[in-house]
Write a protein that binds this ligand. Structure first.
Ligand SMILES: [Zn+2]
Length: 294
């Protein structure tokens, strides 16, 4: 990890001050009038503080947490840092113009995919990620806090200004298409990443008995809904095999409830050995605001 002279809170304040016009109050959508090292205040007096982790808690209620979050997110961090999603991130990067982009990562989790996208793109973009999970955002702020800004926010009330962003990226997350539409600038893109039936099929085979519904993920409802809303959307398949180091196989199992939320079988050592190579198979669903899709 790099060493930063400024504290994370100061780095966050600096990022927000430099990108003030891209943000808006999640309660009233007014712009922010005052940004200090302590926090932000909107035109209607709503106040949001920077915390020590260098993020802003943009929720009026409690964030979503449970006892398993920290362990699962730490496991996810180790596996993603080893490059599990790099093929997906490369495919997303390929869809973007060469010019600097203003990017929102929806349901950013522990933030690694956004940090990898930043690296792949040559650190030219303006990037922010948000999640409903405070624990996830606390982990995310460890990543390049001089370049990335993370917040705890509700996807139905985004803390972002209207028509100000070039990309809304949604990696295995829930969606609020009306809110995404609001924050995207004309010409902006929405990229939704959905798993296909083969996604981590080696892990599914290990965790679920033959015949169990979770053994074969089916994305057709999510995809149909997306294509019905954005008839001009494109579907880009991404498929890669990932060699999973032995030390990370238990982590892959530990992070899986994030995707499937189901009690699964406990794998033994022989089972874990079967995860030496895992299949990454997803589809990018891409809608462009300029193409009259909205
Ligand atoms: Zn406000």
């Amino acid at each position: 990890m790099r060493h930063y002279k400024l504290k994370k809170r100061e780095l966050a304040a600096r990022w927000v001050a430099a990108h003030q016009s891209l943000l808006a109050c999640p309660i009233c959508q007014a712009g922010f009038e005052a940004v200090t090292d302590q926090g932000l205040r909107c035109a209607n007096g709503h106040q949001w503080d920077f915390n020590r982790a260098g993020s802003v808690h943009f929720l009026t209620g409690a964030s979503s947490e449970n006892a398993y979050d920290r362990e699962m997110l730490a496991a996810r961090r180790r596996v993603l840092a080893a490059g599990l999603f790099d093929s997906i991130i490369a495919a997303v990067a390929k869809e973007l113009p060469a010019a600097p982009q203003r990017i929102i990562d929806v349901g950013t989790g522990e933030g690694t995919p956004l940090a990898r996208l930043n690296q792949v793109r040559g650190e030219i973009d303006t990037l922010t990620g948000f999640d409903i999970s405070k624990v996830g955002v606390q982990l995310a702020t460890q990543l390049a806090p001089d370049q990335l800004f993370f917040s705890v926010a509700d996807l139905r009330h985004l803390p972002f200004a209207t028509a100000s962003w070039d990309l809304v990226l949604e990696l295995f997350s829930p969606a609020d298409y009306a809110e995404f539409d609001r924050v995207l600038a004309p010409g902006g893109r929405l990229i939704k990443v959905v798993p296909t039936g083969d996604y981590l099929r080696e892990l599914r085979a290990l965790l679920y008995p033959a015949g169990d519904a979770h053994r074969h993920y089916d994305n057709h409802l999510v995809k149909e809904r997306f294509l019905a809303r954005f008839p001009g959307a494109r579907v880009v398949p991404v498929r890669a095999a990932f060699a999973l180091p032995a030390a990370l196989r238990a982590d892959l199992v530990a992070m899986s409830p994030l995707h499937w939320g189901q009690a699964a079988m406990e794998p033994n050592a022989a089972g874990l050995a079967s995860l030496s190579t895992v299949t990454l198979a997803v589809e990018l669903l891409i809608a462009e605001k300029s193409a009259g899709n909205y």
